[in-house]
Design a protein around this ligand. Structure first.
Ligand code: ZN
Length: 903
C-alpha cells in the first residue's frame, strides 16, 4: 500500500497548496499550481501498473504465509479480481494518456512533458552504477540477489559496480583474483565486514570485451553484527592454551625466528565465520584465527574474538618444499589399474646405494608420492621398481594417474590444482577412501578389499576437488558438496575416457557394481531428477554429509546426457529428447570456464544458470549447444520448464472489454520487442529491449509522426518529483513565510493586515512543517518502492520447487494444444479466475506490458510472471493471444526503429 500512501501525500499537498494560493503572489501561485499539476499528472500515470503489480505480489505472498483456508483464499482471490479489473482500466487510461501526450509536440526548451522530464532523470540515473537484475535469482542467505545482468547503457566499470553494491546492499567487496579468458575476464571478490574478511562469501563479475561489467553473480551475506572490539591477544592466548591443552604455548610473531620451539602459535587476521562454518547459520561470529604448530600437526583454531570460545578448528599443513631438481628417467612400472605404464622417476644415491624417488619434477607441476610412514619421504630403494607392496598399495597408480590429471588440466590452461604450479603430493592412508584435503593440499588414497582406491578416474576426481576448491572454495556438504562431487566425477570421467575409454560407472573396477553410475544413477539408488526419487535431504548432514555423493547423480546424469544424448521421461513425467551432443572435452572446458563464477555455497540452480550463461557467451544465445545444455538441465529436473527454440515470435493480442476490441500486434526477436496498436485516431508503436531502461513510442496521426523516449520504470519519475518538486515548494513557502514575518514586524503595517498575518503565520508554519515531514516520508516510501522494483525471483516467489509443483497439481484443470501447437494448461482458482498459459513460448506477462510506459513490470519480471506459470494465452477472456508465428517479418529492423513503419 506504499504507492497509495504516496499518492495521498501528493494529493494532500496539492490540496493544501490550493487553499494557500490566496496568500501567494501570482507568480508563486502559478509556480505552485504548475508543480502540483505536474506531480499529479506524473503520479496518475505512474501509479496504475505498479499498484496492480504490488497488489498481486503482496496478496500472493500473504496467501502463502497465511495457509490455505477456503475463507482466506476466497477473500484473497476476490481482491485479485479487483486488481485485475483495475489493471484493465488503468491500461486503457495509460494508453489513452500516452497517445494524447505524444500527439501534442512539446517545446524543446521547457521540460513540460513527463516524458522529457523523466528521460532527463533517467540519463542522470545511468551515470550511476545501476545494474539491472535480470536473472531470476535471489540469495538464500541474504536479500542480495545471486545474479545481475547489467544495462549496456550503464557502462559499468568493476569499480562502479563495487560502489553500487556498497550503496545498494551495504556490502564491502575486495578483489580476490582475476580468472577467465582475455576476451571475457572473470573477477572474483571477497566480502569484508568491518574491514574483516567474511568466510564463505564470494561474488564474481564477468566483463564484456570492452571491459565493462556484463553480469555478476555469487553469494554474499547481509551482516549487521557490530565489531565486538578486539579482546586483548593475551586473553585469547589463554583461551587458546586451554583449548589446545598446551599451557605454555608461546605466541610467535612474523617473521618467524629461525630457532623455533617445537610447539608455537601464530595469530592471523580476524575473520567473520558462520558458526561451525555452516552457511545457513543464523550467526556469523568475528573470530580470531590462530595457527598452532606442534610436531607433525598444523591446526587453525577460530576463537570468538571477544570471548575466546572455539568457533571452529581446521587442519592446516604447510606446503613442503618441492623436491630439488634431479635427473629424471623414464621407467616402466606395473600400476594396479592401468597395467604397465611408463612413468618418470628420479634416481638418487642413498647410503651409497642407488634408489629412486617416487617423484616426477621433469615438468611443472611436480608429482610426489610420499611414503605413508612419515609423509615426508618419497624415497624408494627398490631399483627394479617391482615392489609388490608399492604396486598393491597404488603408489604407481598415484604417480601415473595424478600426472595424467595434471596434464589434462594443463591443456585446459590450469597449471596444477591451484593454477600456480604447486607440487602435487599424494600418499596412501589406511582408510577405505580416497580424498583431497584443502587444508593440507594433499591427496590421499586407501584400499578396498586389497585393491587401491585409485583408478585413473579417481585420480582425476580427487585432482578436480583440488581445482574446484581453488576456484570456488565449495563447502563440502549439502548441495554445494553434491556439486563438488559431481564436477569431480565429470572431469575424472573425461580424463579416464581420454586415456583408456572406460565406462560411465565409477570404481566398478574395485567395488562390485561400482560406487556411482553417471549414465543411470537410479541403478545405484541415486537420483536422476532433482528433488525426486532417491534425492537425499541436503540439510540432513548425518546421511553422507547431506547426500553429497548421492545427489551428485543429478549433475552426473546431466553430463552424461550431453556427451551421449538420450531420450526419456524423468520423475516429473517431463519428456526430453537430446539429439545434439557436445564432445566430452568441450564440455569439461565449459564446466571449467564456469567454475570461477561459482562460490562456496553454490548449488545446482547456480551451476545451471552459470553454465547457460557461459554457453551463451561461448556459443551464442541461440546456438544448438546452448539449447542442448538447457535441455539436459530440463531432463534432470533442475529446469522445470522446457527450453524453447530460439526464434522470432509474432502474434496478436486481442483485448476486449465486452463491447470493444483492441488488437495489438507484437513482434519479438531475442531481446527486442515491438508492439503496434491501431486506433481510429492513429497508430501507436512502442519498442524496447528487455535489457534497457527506456522504451520508445512512435505515434502517427493526422498531426504527423511523433517520437518520444520514455522510461519503463516509474521510479525516476517519482524520485524526480520528490527530489525536485517538493524542495522547490519548500523554498517558495519559506520565502513566503519570511516575507509575512517581516511584514508583521514592520511598523507601517496596518492593524487589519497584522491581524490577518497573525492568523496566517502559524498556518504557514504548520504547512511548512508538514511539508518537510511529508518529504521525509515520501523519501522513505521511495526507498520501499525502489525495493519493490527489484524483481521477485522465482526462487523467492515459490520458496521451494515443491510449492511450485504443488501449485501446478492443484490448479491445472485442463490441457490443450493451443492453436494446435503449444501445450497449454488451464489454471483455475477457487473463485473462478482462470487463465491458459504455456511454457513453450519464452515470453511472459511482463513482455506484453511493453505497450505501457512507466510500468515496473515492463522493465523486470515480477511475481505475476511466476504466478501465471508461463506465457498467458487467454486471461479470463480479457485478452487472448492469436495468430502465433515463430518468426518476425524481414523488416524487423525497420519495425524496431523510430521510422513510421508499422507492419
Ligand atoms: Zn569426491
Amino acid at each position: 500500500m506504499t504507492i497509495k500512501s504516496l499518492f495521498i501525500l501528493f494529493f494532500c499537498l496539492s490540496a493544501t497548496g490550493a487553499s494557500w494560493s490566496q496568500q501567494l503572489s501570482p507568480a508563486q501561485q502559478a509556480e505552485l499550481e504548475h508543480l502540483s499539476r505536474e506531480a499529479q499528472a506524473e503520479l496518475t500515470k505512474a501509479l496504475a501498473p505498479g499498484h496492480m503489480a504490488r497488489l498481486f505480489d503482496e496478496q500472493i505472498q500473504e496467501a502463502r504465509k497465511s495457509g490455505t483456508t477456503p475463507a482466506q483464499i476466497k477473500a484473497l482471490e476476490s481482491a485479485k479480481t479487483d486488481a485485475l479489473r483495475q489493471l484493465r482500466a488503468n491500461r486503457q487510461e495509460a494508453a489513452r494518456q500516452n497517445t494524447q501526450a505524444d500527439s501534442e509536440p512539446a517545446p524543446t526548451d521547457t521540460p513540460d512533458k513527463a516524458g522529457v522530464n523523466s528521460v532527463g532523470a533517467l540519463k542522470n540515473r545511468l551515470t550511476h552504477p545501476v545494474p539491472v537484475i535480470y536473472d531470476e535469482q535471489e540469495g538464500r542467505y541474504s536479500h542480495i540477489p545471486r545474479a545481475f545482468r547489467v544495462y549496456a547503457e550503464a557502462k559499468l566499470t568493476p569499480e562502479k559496480w563495487v560502489a553500487f553494491m556498497h550503496q545498494q546492499y551495504g556490502v564491502t567487496l575486495r578483489e580476490k583474483g582475476r580468472f577467465g579468458t582475455k576476451q571475457t575476464p572473470v573477477l572474483q571478490y571477497e566480502q569484508l565486514h568491518k574491514s574483516y574478511v567474511v568466510r564463505l562469501a564470494r561474488y564474481s563479475i564477468t566483463l564484456d570485451n570492452t571491459g565493462y561489467v556484463n553480469r555478476a553473480s555469487g553469494t554474499l551475506f547481509a551482516l549487521t553484527a557490530p565489531d565486538p572490539g578486539p579482546a586483548t591477544t593475551q586473553t585469547l592466548l589463554l583461551a587458546l592454551r586451554r583449548a589446545t591443552q598446551q599451557p605454555t604455548l608461546p605466541l610467535l610473531t612474523d617473521p618467524l625466528p629461525s630457532q623455533r620451539p617445537p610447539a608455537y602459535a601464530q595469530a592471523e587476521a580476524p575473520m567473520w565465520v558462520p558458526t561451525n562454518l555452516e552457511p545457513t547459520a543464523k550467526q556469523t561470529v568475528l573470530t580470531r584465527p590462530f595457527t598452532v604448530t606442534t610436531p607433525g600437526q598444523v591446526v587453525r583454531w577460530y576463537l570468538d574474538a571477544q570471548t575466546g570460545r572455539v568457533v571452529a578448528s581446521e587442519n592446516r599443513l604447510f606446503d613442503c618444499t618441492p623436491p630439488a631438481p634431479r635427473k629424471a628417467v623414464r621407467r616402466m612400472v606395473s600400476t594396479f589399474h592401468s597395467g604397465r605404464k611408463a612413468v618418470t622417476l628420479e634416481p638418487v644415491y642413498y647410503n651409497n646405494k642407488p634408489s629412486f624417488y617416487l617423484a616426477d619434477s621433469s615438468e611443472t607441476p611436480a608429482v610426489v608420492v610420499l611414503s605413508p610412514e612419515n609423509e615426508t619421504s618419497a624415497q624408494h630403494t627398490d631399483t627394479s621398481l617391482t615392489d609388490a607392496k608399492l604396486r598393491v598399495r597404488g603408489d604407481f597408480d598415484a604417480l601415473y594417474g595424478l600426472r595424467r590429471a595434471a596434464t589434462y588440466f594443463k591443456t585446459m590452461g590450469i597449471n596444477s590444482f591451484d593454477d600456480a604450479g604447486t607440487t602435487i603430493r599424494a600418499t596412501a592412508f589406511d582408510r577405505v577412501n580416497a580424498s583431497y584435503s584443502p587444508s593440507t593440499k594433499q591427496f590421499y588414497f586407501g584400499m578396498y578389499e586389497g585393491k587401491p582406491l585409485l583408478t585413473l578416474l579417481v585420480a582425476g576426481h580427487e585432482f578436480t576437488h583440488g581445482v574446484s576448491d581453488h576456484y570456488t572454495d565449495f563447502v563440502a556438504r549439502g548441495e554445494p558438496g553434491a556439486l563438488h562431487e559431481s564436477i569431480a566425477d565429470m572431469l575424472g570421467r573425461a580424463i579416464e575416457q581420454q586415456v583408456m575409454g572406460g565406462n560411465w560407472v565409477i570404481l566398478d573396477e574395485v567395488v562390485p557394481n561400482g560406487l556411482r553410475s553417471m549414465s543411470d544413477p537410479k541403478t545405484l539408488k541415486h537420483p536422476d531428477t532433482y528433488g525426486e526419487t532417491f534425492w537425499a535431504n541436503p540439510g540432513n548432514l548425518k546421511v553422507d554429509e547431506g547426500g553429497v555423493h548421492i545427489n551428485a547423480g543429478i549433475g552426473n546424469r546431466w553430463f552424461y546426457l550431453l556427451v551421449n544424448g538420450g531420450k526419456g521421461q524423468n520423475d516429473l513425467k517431463h519428456s526430453y529428447d537430446i539429439q545434439t551432443t557436445i564432445p566430452i572435452h568441450e564440455l569439461t572446458k565449459l564446466v571449467l570456464t564456469t567454475l570461477p563464477k561459482l562460490g562456496p555455497t553454490s548449488g545446482y540452480d547456480d551451476f545451471c544458470r552459470e553454465t547457460i550463461a557461459t554457453a551463451e557467451g561461448q556459443y551464442g544465445e541461440c546456438s544448438k549447444r546452448t539449447h542442448t545444455i538447457k535441455q539436459a538441465w530440463y531432463a534432470v529436473g533442475v529446469l522445470d520448464d522446457p527450453p524453447v527454440p530460439c526464434s522470432g515470435w509474432s502474434f496478436d493480442m486481442v483485448a476486449s472489454n465486452g463491447t470493444e476490441q483492441q488488437v495489438t500486434r507484437f513482434y519479438f526477436r531475442g531481446d527486442s520487442a515491438v508492439a503496434v496498436t491501431r486506433t481510429p485516431d492513429g497508430i501507436l508503436k512502442s519498442f524496447a529491449r528487455r535489457s534497457s531502461p527506456t522504451m520508445t513510442a512512435v505515434v502517427q496521426n493526422t498531426d504527423g509522426v511523433n517520437v518520444t523516449e520514455l522510461p519503463k520504470s516509474i521510479t525516476p519519475v517519482v524520485k524526480q518529483a520528490v527530489e525536485e518538486t517538493l524542495p522547490a515548494l519548500e523554498v517558495a513557502m519559506s520565502a513566503e513565510l519570511e516575507k509575512a514575518r517581516t511584514e508583521r514586524n514592520t511598523l507601517g503595517t496596518s492593524p487589519e493586515r497584522r491581524a490577518t498575518l497573525d492568523k496566517g503565520i502559524p498556518v504557514m508554519e504548520k504547512f511548512l512543517r508538514d511539508l518537510k515531514q511529508g518529504r521525509a516520508k515520501a523519501q522513505k516510501t521511495l526507498d520501499t518502492l525502489q525495493q519493490g522494483e527489484v524483481p521477485v525471483s522465482a526462487m523467492t516467489f515459490w520458496e521451494t520447487r515443491q510449492v511450485r509443483r504443488n501449485f501446478d497439481k492443484q490448479h491445472i484443470k485442463a490441457y490443450q494444444k493451443y492453436e494446435n501447437k503449444y501445450e497449454a494448461s488451464k489454471y483455475v482458482m477457487q473463485n473462478g479466475i482462470y487463465w491458459w498459459s504455456t511454457t513453450r513460448i519464452p515470453l511472459r506477462m511482463s513482455d506484453l506490458m511493453i505497450m505501457i510506459p512507466y510500468s515496473p513490470v515492463t522493465q523486470m519480471r515480477n511475481g505475476l510472471d511466476h504466478w501465471l506459470r508461463g506465457f498467458p494465452l487467454d486471461y479470463l477472456g480479457m485478452f487472448k493471444i492469436k495468430n502465433i508465428r515463430e518468426h518476425v517479418p524481414v523488416n524487423f529492423d525497420a519495425l524496431f526503429s523510430t521510422a513510421p513503419v508499422f507492419q
